[in-house]
Design a protein around this ligand. Structure first.
Ligand code: 5AD
Ligand code: SF4
Length: 481
């Protein structure tokens, strides 16, 4: 595929999965974001719409993309149908994420038939996939621009070229570029902020596309992270979430400063709520658990992906822990951090997963009684080792296992929520409830969604709420005077 992709791409910069797999020892350059004056007015009088798929990392990238577009003079459109420029910030984690984007492109092509002047671009993780870009070059030549996860800062230049040359502009780097500081950001919330602490992942779990689409692990310098958090506190933010594909490995590429040091330094800044995602059980140190327990403003909420409870499957997944070591870590967290809530991710139907393997997963769920879990059927991703493993389990069997797992997960979610009934807990109120105009929604320290009968004036504040009703996915509450 590579040679034909290269031929088709006539001097475009297209992704190359062989290069994406490589890890170099090259030092990462750090540079400050800068936009040339010539790009600053090209969006004047025009509007944009960014549609985001996937994880929090993508949500935060979109916040950067929106701010860059506004520096170029564009305004945000209230919906896609009205926009002059549409960008799809895509996710590649499972087949259905792909399908959603290609489905959306069908819809947009229709729109473009009646409004030929609209410009359409693809960015994010799918743009880093060789197969996707090949598909775009063969069947979606009507698109205007494609850029990847490593060169978001190049958006002004790529868009400028696409507008001037009036043809599809593709610029995707296969190797990670510099670490870019001071990227502009248009945050979705005035109270909660995402803060990147690292980019990329070197774990190479055998099912996962992320090490290809996001490149090698690169930690931001502690000073840059801490300055960003201090500024957020000054601006009145109540909560920061430290973001990375594998935050526990933070600092491994820096030397003498790790995630427990960072968490402690961030907590000391005194912002009311500190969170972090996503953890890998492999790098979760005892020091980290102790720091989480020590600081009241580090939230007692931990997402600890299990993926499978079977040692045999964990080995095939390349996860580097066993059922026993996972449970040991789980118990240590539960016994050290008061009232901690722990959630997880689980994949069913990994190639070769037997009923016995699946029972091991259920066994771990029964022990852990997770507060909630994201559960998935294995989806083969092109270029990953697991995609080549023999997979003889029928879809029907995989769906049956998913249902059985979800039933168990829901039982424990409900059980953990029930413990909140009539309790008083602090809730950060965020916005008017989607379901009821008279209610305001927010989250507990443990990340439980609560709809509260409260005045809209309290939005942005942390208030004490008495829980009056508990459902499987949310709770209702009333302000406690
Ligand atoms: N198939 C199914 N689920 C996957 N995940 C990652 N890759 C795949 C895949 N190929 C799940 C993992 C991960 C979560 C973000 O998505 O459970 O933790
Ligand atoms: Fe999707 Fe992973 Fe990319 Fe996030 S990093 S957008 S989950 S593929």
């Amino acid at each position: 595929m590579l040679s034909s992709l290269r031929e088709m791409s006539d001097k475009m910069l297209v992704p190359d999965s062989t290069l994406e797999r490589k890890r170099t020892r090259n030092l990462v350059n750090i540079r400050k974001y800068n936009i040339d004056d010539e790009y600053k007015n090209i969006g004047k009088g025009k509007s944009y719409f960014v549609k985001t798929y996937g994880c929090q990392m993508n949500v935060h990238d979109s916040e950067n993309i929106k701010a860059i577009l506004e520096e170029m003079g564009f305004n945000e459109a209230s919906d896609m149908e009205k926009a002059d420029l549409i960008l799809l910030n895509t996710c590649a984690i499972r087949e259905n994420a792909h399908n959603k984007v290609f489905g959306m492109l069908g819809r947009i092509k229709h729109m473009k038939a009646s409004r030929p002047d609209i410009k359409v671009g693809i960015c994010g993780c799918m743009a880093q996939e060789e197969g996707v870009v090949s598909e775009i070059l063969s069947h979606y030549r009507w698109l205007d621009l494609v850029f990847g996860t490593h060169n978001i800062d190049r958006l002004p230049a790529v868009l400028y070229k696409a507008l001037n040359n009036k043809k599809l502009e593709v610029e995707v780097y296969s190797c990670e570029g510099d670490l870019i500081e001071d990227m502009p950001v248009k945050r979705d919330s005035k109270y909660k902020a995402w803060v990147n602490i690292m980019y990329g992942c070197d774990k190479f779990c055998t099912y996962c596309i992320v090490p290809f689409t996001r490149g090698k692990q690169r930690s931001r310098r502690p000073h840059d992270i801490l300055s960003e958090v201090k500024k957020l506190k000054e601006d009145g933010y109540q909560e920061v979430t430290l973001l990375g594909q594998n935050v526990n490995a933070y600092g491994k590429d820096l030397g003498n400063y790790d995630m427990s040091n960072l968490l402690e330094d961030v907590a000391k800044i005194g912002i009311p709520r500190v969170r972090f995602v996503t953890s890998h059980p492999w790098d979760f140190t005892d020091e980290m658990v102790d720091i989480i327990a020590k600081y009241d403003n580090i939230m007692p909420y931990i997402h600890l992906p299990l993926q499978s409870g079977s040692d045999r499957v964990l080995k095939l997944m390349g996860r580097r822990y066993t059922k026993e070591s996972y449970l040991k870590l789980f118990d240590r967290i539960k016994n050290t951090v008061p009232n901690v809530s722990i959630t997880t991710d689980i994949i069913v139907g990994f190639p070769g997963e037997t009923l016995e393997d699946f029972e091991d997963t259920l066994d771990v769920v029964r022990h852990c009684e997770y507060d909630s879990a994201f559960t998935f059927i294995f989806s083969p991703r092109e270029g990953t080792p697991a995609a080549k493993m023999k997979d003889e389990i029928s879809l029907k069997e995989k769906e049956d296992r998913l249902h059985r797992l979800n039933d168990l997960i829901n039982k424990y979610s409900n059980k953990s929520n029930q413990k909140y009934l009539n309790k008083v807990v602090p809730v950060l109120l965020e916005e008017v409830s989607l379901k009821n105009d008279d209610m305001v929604m927010g989250y507990t320290e443990t990340m439980k969604l609560v709809n509260v009968k409260a005045s809209k004036d309290l939005i942005g504040k942390i208030v004490n709420v008495k829980i009056t009703d508990v459902k499987t996915w949310s709770m209702d509450g009333a302000i406690c005077e």
